[in-house]
Ligand binder design. Sequence first.
Ligand SMILES: Cc1ncccc1N[C@@H](C)c1cnc2ccsc2c1
Length: 116
Amino acid sequence: KDEGDKDKKKKRKHTAACREILRKLQAHEMATWFLFPVDPKVVPNYRKVIKKPIDFSTIENRLKKGRYKTAEGFMNEILMVFDNCRLFNEDDSPIGRAGHALRSYFDERWAELVRD
Ligand SMILES: Cc1ncccc1N[C@@H](C)c1cnc2ccsc2c1
């Protein structure tokens, strides 16, 4: 089995693990606000403030297309969802609190993935 095959196998393994984590995040009750792109018509100044809008459906499509070479590439985009949320929303607001709750939930799932 040449190097390439090993790499492909490893990529498939981490893609499956990342898809599992993403599925759990999307199923979380606090995920509502993060499932789909923020509509600039609904939130006018969002695109001015947030330079890298990202949401779980966009990440899911990239994962399906094999766009993430490493699990870290996937993790970075998940964390971007929460960084955007903290930048735009007050901590003491419904979306702000949801972002913090979901970020903690992600950290736990990620720690499991890295440990197992
Ligand atoms: C994640 C996020 N950050 C800043 C602004 C919006 C959003 N989410 C969108 C879906 C959204 C769009 N509209 C509403 C209306 C009430 S909460 C909510 C949430």
